[in-house]
Design a protein around this ligand. Structure first.
Ligand code: CAA
Length: 294
């Protein structure tokens, strides 16, 4: 059965981005949040992004209106009943995902494909919350979703190959480059990225360089769009700490162990850009200032 209508659960940073690119890809999209305020906030951020594309001349105003017209927000899970594919982008906590997936499993026809945008939890474990492990996979997008060209498409040992092909085609229809990977914590990107950014924190702890010098080294020496500490602030120190712990728990390898400085900063509530403080102070978001951490 072809994918004709898409459901997205969660309209935060990732969910709103996924809903936006799915609507841009031509799909009618129902996006669900737990409260009216969160639905409104998510849709407003999509409208702002689409508005920016029109201002830049990348999208025409009538196209923007069509994309917006394909998006519907809801707080009611029942409204996802008619979707052929549901992408989940809610909080990275297994109990919350369990509750959601088992409710959706009861609600949706057997044909609906379920996909999680998790960056670190086990897709195989999530599939066990449903009666459809053959129609369950991972679709891992990257922040900011409208800009980053990649989607990791994750199969488990139980995913039906036909369903997997449909998911790869869906990723391509969204204008992304889908990469194939299997259900191993961190998949491809975080497997490589997490040890790198944790090492940047270790380098800072060991006095190898200052915050700015570490960032400039990777930006100017290796052509990365952001230095690793800026990237950590962008992704969120709490999110990275959480992912690193899951990866360490899975592989028991030192390279995935969160360094003490990262833990202390998370405990202090310095979660990066979203809390106004991380490795940089974002009091003036246009001019982040490196923090004094010792
Ligand atoms: N939403 C939509 N569009 C955005 C955006 C956002 N949040 N932020 C920036 N953009 C767009 C801008 O409008 C601009 O578009 P045009 O080129 O068409 O004008 C373009 O992106 C570039 O933006 P800027 O000029 O403002 O800034 P920049 O050149 O510094 O780029 C960036 C910003 C795209 C975020 C770039 O710095 C970058 O690629 N950083 C690395 C991001 C990254 O590594 N993401 C992956 C994180 S890991 C993850 O997500 C997965 C996980 O599991 C943790």
């Amino acid at each position: 059965m072809p994918i004709e209508k898409v459901g997205v659960v969660g309209c935060g940073l990732m969910g709103s981005g996924i809903a936006q690119v799915a609507a841009q890809g031509g799909y009618p999209v129902v996006v669900r949040e737990v409260s009216e305020q969160l639905v409104e906030k998510g849709l407003k951020s999509i409208e702002k992004n689409l508005g920016r594309l029109v201002e830049k001349g990348t999208m025409s105003a009538p196209d923007r209106d069509q994309v917006r017209g394909r998006l519907r927000g809801t707080t009611n899970l029942d409204d996802l009943k008619g979707c052929d594919l549901i992408v989940e982008a809610i909080i990275e906590q297994l109990p919350a995902k369990r509750e959601l997936w088992s409710a959706l499993d009861k609600l949706c026809p057997k044909s609906t494909i379920f996909a999680s945008n998790t960056s670190s939890l086990s897709i195989t474990e999530m599939a066990t919350f449903t009666q459809r492990p053959d129609r369950f996979l991972g679709l891992h997008f990257f922040n900011p979703v409208p800009v980053m060209k990649l989607v990791e498409v994750i199969r488990t040992i139980a995913t039906d190959p036909k369903v997997y092909d449909d998911a790869l085609a869906f990723g391509a229809k969204l204008g992304k480059t889908p990469v194939r990977t299997t259900d191993r914590t961190g998949f491809i990107v975080n497997r490589l990225l997490v040890p790198y950014i944790l090492d940047a924190v270790r380098a800072l702890e060991e006095g190898v360089g200052s915050i700015e010098d570490i960032d400039n080294s990777m930006k100017l020496g290796c052509g990365h769009p952001m230095g690793p500490l800026t990237l950590l602030d962008f992704v969120g120190l709490d999110t990275t700490y959480y992912i690193a712990n899951i990866m360490f728990d899975e592989f028991k390898e030192k390279r995935f162990a969160p360094p003490p400085l990262l833990k202390r900063m998370v405990l202090a509530g310095w979660h990066g850009r979203k809390t106004g403080r991380g490795f940089y102070d974002y009091t003036d978001p246009a001019k982040p200032m490196p923090m004094r951490l010792s």
